[in-house]
Write a protein that binds this ligand. Structure first.
Ligand code: HEC
Length: 263
């Protein structure tokens, strides 16, 4: 192989590499801006370097607990998982103990006990039928995975929670239904959950519907993918490793072929 052909081989591989990077980055930016129907917010957890905002998540847990948990369960989340959003063991224990679960005692009877950190979040209704019966036939879905379960989940959820407006005059809104400009078909069985000062934040943040929607979304986004931060970190480590490895292999290749080329 003479110098010329090894150079063109190098520039070929470089072109392919750059092309792949181009495809990769376009895909990422398309993915982020695909849905234009709801406002696109700048979430701390989006992007390849995104991380969760602990303060916002903690406020979001408060919104979930004080507003949403009346109708929606989060049965995939255990109380002890709250450790990763910054709560300590005692806080988690106290938080869990506010709920009770059924258990079987030594005599085989069903009795109630306070929930423990290892228990999953207690759902508001004993079963789906009870949930429907209490909500005029509509089923309030479990929120554990909701951010992953809807396309563009975080933006959708924020939009849905802040999308309650007066229905246009020609639109009939049946009893037990509510008008929401971002819900598909516009008629939803969930009454507007967020109003000004619906909760009182301990850190003094003003509880506007927009703020509460952002916070509860940050909390639910974490619940949908608790390992997101580690996943992104691992990705970056792997890419860095591959870059170093590629550079090393390139120079090793040069060295190994040097005697052949210089003959
Ligand atoms: C009074 C009960 C009630 C409360 C409180 C409530 N919801 Fe709902 N929610 C419902 C019902 C009922 C539905 C199902 C609506 C339907 O199918 O038409 C629903 C549906 C949803 C959906 C699914 C929408 C979709 O795309 O299918 C999401 C997401 C949601 N609620 C989030 C929340 C959040 C977050 C809160 C707290 C801020 C909350 N809800 C508070 C009753 C409630």
């Amino acid at each position: 192989m003479n110098n010329n052909s090894s150079n063109s081989l190098l520039s070929y591989s470089l072109k392919i590499f750059l092309f792949l990077i181009l495809i990769f980055t376009t895909k990422i930016s398309l993915g982020a801006g695909e849905k234009i129907s709801y406002p696109q917010l700048n979430w701390s957890f989006s992007g390849i370097l995104g991380t969760f905002d602990r303060a916002s998540q903690q406020r979001g847990l408060q919104v979930y607990k004080e507003v949403c948990s009346g109708c929606h369960g989060m049965r995939l989340l255990a109380y002890r998982n709250l450790k990763s959003i910054g709560y300590n063991d005692d806080e988690i224990k106290a938080f869990a103990a506010e709920n009770s679960v059924n258990t079987i005692n030594d005599d085989g009877e069903i009795v109630e006990r306070a929930a423990r950190p290892s228990d999953k979040f207690v759902s508001p209704y004993p079963n789906d039928k009870a949930a429907r019966a209490a909500n005029g036939g509509a089923y309030p879905p479990d929120l554990s995975l909701i951010v992953k379960a809807r396309p563009d989940g975080a933006n959708y959820l924020h939009a849905l929670l802040t999308g309650y407006v007066d229905a246009p005059a020609e639109k009939k809104v049946p009893d037990g239904m509510y008008y929401n400009k971002y819900y598909s078909g516009n008629l939803i069985g969930m009454p507007q959950p967020l109003y000004d000062d619906g909760v009182e934040y301990a850190d003094g943040t003003k509880a506007t519907p927009d703020q509460m929607a952002k916070d509860v979304t940050a909390f639910l986004a974490w619940a949908s993918e608790p390992e997101m931060e580690e996943r992104k970190q691992l990705g970056i480590t792997v890419i860095l490793f591959l870059l170093v490895l590629t550079t090393l292999s390139y120079f090793a290749m040069k060295q190994i072929w040097a005697p052949v080329k210089n003959r």
